[in-house]
Design a protein around this ligand. Structure first.
Ligand SMILES: [Zn+2]
Length: 258
């Protein structure tokens, strides 16, 4: 756990983050993620130039297009910084291990899903179902997490939200939970198992209400119109990967002190 390694993972995260930005931009628009690069929404010139140096380029250009000076979404900077910080946190949590590789991939997927859901209110199947398959694939090689854990996680993740959505529709006569959220929770199950699914659902819902209810009141809107659920489920899953067991033990300690 040296400072050099922290820096290495920060830089790696920044580079991966700028690639994730391309995915956030392209996947919902069903464009190729390889060619050509993103273009400035104002002048149409390619903006791949500032992917050269993640984070730094955005700051140097003060978030503006080099060609026309038009503003470029702060999302580009946010995704790069978030990815860089999470890569360092994951390295610190898991050290150099196969689990680290698994969770770097998992969290990268969650970042793309969250930012697409925030912007477009959809979660592409390519990411959720594709991620689910990747999670199952990893499970054959992981230590202390088998393909059975992955399958049970998928069943619970897919099942729990499906039942909630089904009951909600019966009671309210309208669609509640999006199908995208159900597939996302199934994907979380493929990487984190039953425990991770429950943890993500509980913490995601808790944080969602913490942010969502005031927003609902302020906007006089229905919860499902106010906020997408995907980023909150993802936040719960990231929290689980980084500190799930510690948080669970702390809660058990509070409920039944030894
Ligand atoms: Zn421009």
């Amino acid at each position: 756990m040296s400072i050099t390694m922290d820096l290495l993972f920060f830089v790696l995260g920044g580079i991966i983050g700028s690639f994730l930005n391309v995915c956030v931009y392209r996947l919902p628009r069903e464009k190729s993620i390889v060619t050509p690069g993103s273009s400035c929404p104002h002048c149409g010139k390619p903006i791949s130039f500032y992917h050269n140096v993640p984070l730094v380029s955005y700051l140097m250009l003060r978030g503006r297009c080099r060609h026309c000076g038009g503003p470029i979404s702060v999302r580009y900077f946010a995704v790069e910084l978030l990815t860089a910080l999470l890569f360092v946190a994951l390295y610190r949590g898991w050290g150099l291990s196969f689990e680290l590789a698994v969770f770097l991939v998992f969290v990268s997927g969650l970042i793309v899903i969250s930012f697409i859901d925030l912007e477009f209110r959809i979660i592409p199947d390519t990411l959720s179902l594709g991620g689910l398959l990747v999670g199952v694939g990893f499970s054959f090689f992981r230590d202390g997490f088998t393909y059975k854990d992955a399958l049970l996680g998928i069943l619970l993740g897919g099942g729990v939200l499906w039942v909630i959505a089904f009951v909600y529709e019966l009671v309210r006569k309208q669609e509640g939970m999006g199908g995208g959220d159900i597939k996302l929770l199934a994907m979380i199950g493929a990487f984190c198992g039953i425990k991770g699914v429950l943890f993500s659902l509980i913490f995601g819902s808790f944080l969602g209400s913490l942010v969502g209810i005031p927003l609902m009141i302020a906007k006089h809107a229905d919860a499902k119109y106010a906020l997408p659920f995907g980023p909150f489920l993802s936040f719960g899953a990231v929290l689980y990967v980084l500190a799930g067991d510690r948080i669970i033990y702390a809660i058990i300690d509070i409920i039944s002190p030894r």
